[in-house]
Design a protein. Structure first.
Lengths: 326, 222
């Protein structure tokens, strides 16, 4: 049963006017980390009572306003676990590899190219992106395809804000996210597991959905590199691998784009990858999940259809055979 | 500094039962190392964010390590000419079974909620679980029949039965390979597969089937 409720807003009703508020003052740049301790009580991190992130990855604060419409009662996963247990194959296949090696990635300066089926192809730097909209904080469930899950307070704004900016043409049916490639800083690129760069994608209506978030921070701070600094997406009703990290390019396309895990193992990972307890992965069941941070003896939790966001997203898949389009 | 190394006039001697009695407790303690490490990591928060996943994987790897060590006894005792090393083999084999059993137990409770129906479903539906089960069941039979009593009772067929360890080892590496197949991450399964291949080939070599004389027969016409 969904634990959050909000009225479903069709993408067509999302107006572009809200896009134009430049709110750079919300952001305090890196170096304000010392002030973070004092300001902690005013931020989501303070509310949630986070533990300290690994010192090597300490980043500046990212001011964001909690959005009560996207809040969960679930206990958030500790900041330590969120930033120490990651899949980010550019840094290696081990869950600890990203935290170990991602510090070498250069997340500044950073630009995101927006190209393809848009009226205004643009290259935005991080300040442009941060200034597009007010930062809000939302607590989302994250369900990994490997049958573990977390509850994470992200900071950012809806991806639709950015996409409306660049005015997709009528041909734009899909959005592709391309993760950065930095060979000298990403030891995992030596493994040819993925045909780098890592690419992911969404259908246009999925990308414009108000739940789909462009994320710049977690736990009230700028994203640690291993979580996809400086900018990533969060698509909470899909398995985690759909949420591309450290995005360097966003392409709007007419045809369904290739996505990395789908091309590695098409029988195991589909394009849609909606969280679905009734469609098992060939090598394990998706009916239950292990909530990270729980007791070693805690039973597994039941996985919810669309990760519990069915009320908001199920309409987009009406009439689709979700066993076929897994 | 006193040196324990043998002097130049020391001659190699065969290790005696007394030597083995001294080595065995050490090997036993080494065999407990993975278990003690988990306990240590458990109390110091070192099992990471997902302890069940860590323990399932770690127990599987250590089971494979112990199995490979068990299979290395025969070639090593021939290589270094110390037949009495054989006396370590049962203990190592039982350690291999011990860690395999923990691996199965961890899977049963953390992945399948301890439900026999869920476990059976997994065995039927997923090839890596099927192959793992096919390795585990005969291994349990070998562990049970590892005692002196069973050796006596089974007589000559004991050796035949226990030769199934070669099949068990191949199934174990195959299981590991299947586990990793989804991520195209085969380095470790290949490593264990290569070690296993060397250990099995060493036996064939010993039997003369692969002796150089067979492969490269002397040219009789010359």
């Amino acid at each position: 049963m969904p634990r959050i409720k909000l009225p479903y807003i069709p993408p067509s009703e999302i107006t572009a006017e809200t896009v134009w508020h430049s709110r750079r003052q919300w952001l305090r740049r890196a170096g304000a980390g010392i002030a973070a301790v004092g300001a902690g009580g005013m931020t989501g991190a303070g509310i949630l009572g986070s533990r300290d992130a690994p010192a090597a990855q300490a980043k500046g604060m990212l001011h964001s306003t909690p959005n009560p419409r996207y809040w969960l009662e679930d206990k958030p996963t500790s900041e330590q676990d969120v930033s120490a247990y990651n899949n980010f194959y550019e840094f290696g296949t081990g869950k600890g590899d990203p935290a170990r090696y991602a510090g070498r990635m250069r997340s500044k300066p950073w630009t995101v190219d927006i190209e393809g089926e848009v009226e205004k192809p643009r290259t935005l730097d991080l300040d442009d992106l941060l200034g597009l909209s007010a930062m809000e904080e939302r607590i989302y469930r994250l369900r990994c395809v490997e049958a573990w899950s977390m509850v994470i307070p992200w900071s950012g704004y809806p991806l639709s804000v950015l996409l409306s900016q660049v005015r997709p043409t009528s041909k734009a049916k899909y959005v592709q996210f391309v993760t950065a490639v930095q060979p000298d800083a990403m030891p995992g690129l030596k493994d040819r597991i993925v045909d780098w760069p890592y690419v992911e994608g969404l259908r246009m209506d999925e990308a414009m959905h108000p739940l789909t978030m462009l994320v710049f921070g977690v736990y009230g701070k700028q994203l640690p590199n291993q979580n996809g600094a400086p900018v990533r997406v969060a698509v909470p009703w899909k398995y985690g691998f759909k949420s591309g990290k450290s995005i360097a390019k966003i392409r709007l396309l007419e045809n369904m784009p290739e996505t990395s895990w789908h091309s590695i193992a098409p029988q195991e990972y589909g394009f849609y990858a909606n969280v679905n307890p009734t469609v098992p992965h060939p090598r394990w069941s998706q009916a239950t999940e292990r909530r990270i941070g729980g007791s070693v003896f805690a039973p597994r939790a039941k996985t919810l259809m669309f990760n519990g966001y069915g009320e908001q997203v199920a309409d987009m898949y009406a009439g689709m055979d979700l066993r076929r389009y897994y | 500094m006193m040196s324990a190394a043998p002097g130049p006039n020391a001659r190699r001697r065969n290790w005696t039962a007394r030597d083995m009695a001294r080595i065995k407790p050490l090997v036993f303690l080494l065999g407990l190392y993975p278990l003690l490490r988990w306990v240590w990591l458990g109390f110091t928060g070192g099992l990471g964010a997902n302890p069940p996943e860590f323990l399932i994987r770690s127990s599987g790897i250590w089971a494979l390590v112990a199995l490979v060590l068990t299979l290395s006894i025969t070639p090593v005792r021939r290589l270094i000419g110390q037949p009495i090393l054989l006396r370590l083999r049962r203990m190592l084999g039982l350690f291999a079974f011990f860690y395999t059993f923990l691996h199965v137990l961890a899977w049963a409770f953390w992945e399948r909620d301890g439900s026999l129906a869920f476990m059976w479903e997994d065995v039927l539906q997923r090839d890596f679980v099927t192959v793992g089960t096919l390795a585990f069941l005969p291994m349990a039979a070998l562990a049970i029949t590892s005692t002196q009593g069973w050796m006596r009772r089974l007589g000559r067929s004991w050796q035949t039965l226990h030769r199934s360890v070669y099949i068990i080892a191949c199934l174990s590496v195959w299981h590991f390979w299947l586990v990793r197949s989804g991520k195209n991450d085969f380095a470790e399964p290949y490593l264990y597969g290569a070690i296993l291949a060397i250990l099995l080939l060493a036996r064939l070599w010993h039997k003369g089937r692969l002796s150089p004389a067979r492969i490269f027969p002397p040219d009789v016409t010359r």
